[in-house]
Design a protein around this ligand. Structure first.
Ligand SMILES: Cc1cc2nc3c(=O)[nH]c(=O)nc-3n(C[C@H](O)[C@H](O)[C@H](O)COP(=O)(O)O)c2cc1C
Length: 335
């Protein structure tokens, strides 16, 4: 079905198309039926697919990456698909406009996207309210998708003060989220990625842990790190009892333009880091490697999963393929 409307959507500005889909879903719940051909609850109940992430049980190894539903506005919609996880955000303490538009571009030939959104979001109060309503509707029943809240700092907050905002956000969302994803790897907030250096990261994780009070924590890293930097982050995460790493955020490719590149053009770079981390983490079931970045072929997803990856998060593939990709993934996983 998506292939029928995609040519129309692709004639629109990429962000307008996203807003259009979001509004249609919100105003016309029957739109769900247009996208959903069957009830997927069975896929989520198949124990072969169950994954552990920290102390959590993730019912299915495919989820939605941060950025697609930044403000938790499509939560009901996602429940119609075989998804083990939905990550909302990045949410900042205060609402934020983000960078001037246009700030999202399709690289159609490459099945990739370039974005410089800059953490545009409704702010933590509003997103918290929406998630409270979601929990009120569905509760915390096991078997449903895990809800992650991806957190970041406001644009004007200095790197030195950033840990306070991350800690506050962890405290605020721990009552509604299954896990908190700490985003220190977006290329679109000036210097944010410096928070990946041990000088900042150790203190930041310490402060977040204090306020998160046992909530599962994940760290989202950049694909533009050296493998040595990845090693250091991995050791620190082990020491600080973080439950896993999301590998990776978008990459900077100067020739493509200002912003972060996702989709196929990111795949090889992200894969190197994922493989490196899977190797480092071999045999350690207490720590999860979560894949994000460039997944477009279901065989690639299955390969990552079979090599020990816990969960695959999608964004760009959904823009190019539509939700029909979920059924393709499910068939491939079952084969
Ligand atoms: C338009 C857009 C907005 C994004 N916003 C966020 C965000 O707010 N926080 C975050 O951690 N990642 C964000 N991402 C990165 C995605 O979560 C994902 O890591 C990245 O796109 C790589 O996956 P993909 O190749 O499947 O798209 C965004 C990506 C895109 C394309």
């Amino acid at each position: 079905m998506y292939h029928l409307i995609r040519p129309l959507l692709f004639k629109m500005d990429a962000e307008d198309a996203h807003e259009f889909i979001k509004k249609s879903i919100a105003s016309l719940p029957s739109t769900y039926r247009f996208f959903c051909r069957e009830n997927y609850s069975k896929a989520q109940k198949d124990l072969r697919f169950t994954q552990k992430i920290g102390d959590l049980v993730c019912p299915y190894p495919v989820g939605i990456a941060a950025g697609l539903d930044k403000n938790a506005e499509m939560m009901d919609f996602w429940r119609h698909f075989p998804l083990g996880q939905i990550e909302v955000g990045t949410v900042t303490v205060r609402p934020q406009e983000g960078n001037p538009r246009p700030r999202l571009f399709r690289l159609k030939e490459e099945q990739s996207l370039l974005n410089r959104m800059g953490f545009n979001n409704d702010g933590s109060d509003i997103v918290l309210e929406r998630l409270e309503r979601y929990r009120h509707r569905y509760g915390w029943k096991s078997g449903g998708p895990l809800i992650g809240v991806n957190i970041g700092k406001n644009k004007e907050t200095s790197l030195e003060a950033a840990h306070r905002e991350y800690a506050l956000l962890a405290q605020k969302f721990k009552g509604v989220a299954d896990y908190i994803a700490i985003n220190i790897s977006s290329p679109n907030t000036s210097d944010l990625r410096n928070l990946q250096s041990a000088d900042y990261l150790e203190n930041l994780l310490e402060k977040v842990k204090e306020k998160a009070e046992g909530k599962t924590l994940l760290l989202k890293i950049s694909p533009d790190l050296t493998l040595q930097e990845v090693d250091e982050i991995f050791s620190l995460c082990q020491r600080m009892k973080v439950s896993g790493i999301i590998v990776t955020n978008t990459t900077i490719i100067k020739e493509v333009g200002v912003g972060g590149v996702s989709g196929k053009m990111l795949f090889e770079r992200a894969k190197i880091i994922r493989q490196h981390l899977l190797e480092l983490n071999k045999g350690n079931e207490q720590f999860s490697i979560i894949g994000s970045g460039g997944f477009s072929k279901v065989e690639e997803m299955k390969d990552f999963w079979e090599k020990g990856g816990s969960l695959i998060q999608l964004y760009s593939a959904l823009i190019y393929e539509g939700p029909g990709i979920f059924e393709k993934i499910r068939s491939c996983m079952l084969s």
